[in-house]
Design a protein around this ligand. Structure first.
Ligand code: UT7
Length: 332
């Protein structure tokens, strides 16, 4: 039998309406637009407002739009994987909630928590089910409501993050297209630099943990920056090298949107010019598991069948990785 590969046959994204601008942040913490733009490249982020609005709300919008756009009957979806670090609740999985609300009643579903690399982890996992020949329609969604775990009194983190979701449909092909190669990595010693101190089984919520503001994302930015620059660039170069690719062969770098300076360093190392780098960090900030599918969604009309894409990410865990994908669709 011909080798099966997983191709992306549809992509859709969703960001909430509310725009949190650098100007507004200036009224919350001691910061300014010039500092934020020059250090990160972020101008504004989208925030999901309202009571009882969890990450699933973002994921449902992205997946519903995806199914409509691709003309997919929700009952034909066999698996939904949701990458998120801000699940609606510790359990059940946010993927279960999304599956229910979009009518994917025949699907099994689960979450993956690999922070900013979550979408890459989930995409590779989904691709494996397709390549094994056991599943034919899989939805991979990256969704995070980062505003639910951001401390708007901490100027070192609150400027970075936003809310959003992006989803892809994976289906099989026997053509030499789709997900060709992936390198995924993790180093648990990174927990010291990027984590949430309380609310898990090690330190359950108490009045004290709440008073100490321990239920927010904690980051030692400069250390994370150094790890991110090195590892995201290294792994991208590694996946190119082992597939015999040079910068000229790459149509697009699709990087996790954490910091424009990290993206520039990665592109530089790969020998890829800025015109081939997908970037929307200025408008959305870091949406964690959603950055990569949101980029693909926004650049979809510029993608051509056969384009070589390198998807690259680095995030909490530490986790990082790069995926080499040949785009399978021509623009509509
Ligand atoms: O996606 C998950 C992985 N996360 C990342 O990849 C994030 C990686 N880290 C970063 O992107 C950067 O480290 C940050 C953007 C978070 C910070 O940039 P930096 O160039 O590393 O700045 P810094 O933390 O070294 O701070 C430089 C100065 C400090 O002041 P002093 O000590 O030099 O007087 C900070 O207190 O900037 C100050 N500062 C700010 N000033 C204005 C820190 N945050 C702010 C702020 N506004 N929001």
């Amino acid at each position: 039998m011909d080798k099966l590969r997983a191709i992306v046959t549809g992509i859709h994204g969703y960001v909430p309406e509310y725009r949190l601008t650098n100007k507004e942040l200036e009224s919350l913490v001691d910061t300014n637009d010039e500092w934020i733009m020059s250090r990160t490249g972020i101008k504004e982020r989208r925030i999901l407002k309202g009571e009882n609005q969890g990450t699933s709300v973002l994921g449902i919008e992205a997946v519903k739009g995806l199914l409509e756009k691709t003309g997919t009957d929700p009952m034909d979806v066999e698996l939904i994987i949701c990458a998120t670090v801000t699940p609606d609740m510790p359990f059940p999985a946010t993927a279960n909630i999304i599956a229910d609300k979009v009518g994917a009643k025949n699907s099994f579903s689960f979450d993956i928590g690999a922070a900013c690399s979550g979408f890459l982890y989930a995409l590779q996992l989904g691709a494996q089910f397709i390549q094994a020949g056991t599943h034919k329609k899989i939805v991979v969604v990256g969704a995070d409501k980062m505003s639910s775990i951001v401390d708007y009194q901490d100027r070192t983190t609150c400027i970075l993050f936003g809310d959003g979701a992006g989803a892809v449909l994976l289906e099989p092909t026997t053509e030499n297209l789709g997900i060709i190669d992936a390198i995924l990595k993790a180093d648990g010693s990174g927990e010291n630099f990027l984590h949430m101190k309380a609310g898990g089984s090690r330190k359950p919520a108490t009045l004290e943990t709440v008073a100490n503001r321990e239920h927010f994302a904690y980051q030692e930015g400069t250390s994370v920056f150094k790890f991110a620059v090195t590892n995201m660039a290294d792994v991208s170069a590694e996946v190119m090298e082992r597939n015999g690719l040079t910068g000229d062969d790459i149509a697009w770098l699709v990087p996790h949107q954490a910091n424009k300076r990290i993206i520039d360093a990665t592109a530089n190392r790969m020998g890829v010019g800025p015109e081939k780098v997908m970037m929307n960090i200025e408008r959305y900030g870091n949406t964690t598991a959603a950055t990569i599918p949101l980029c693909l969604w926004e650049y979809e009309s510029q993608l051509k069948k056969g384009d070589n894409l390198i998807l690259a990410a680095f995030g909490g865990g530490f986790t990082w990785g790069a995926i080499y994908m040949k785009w399978a669709l021509d623009p509509k």
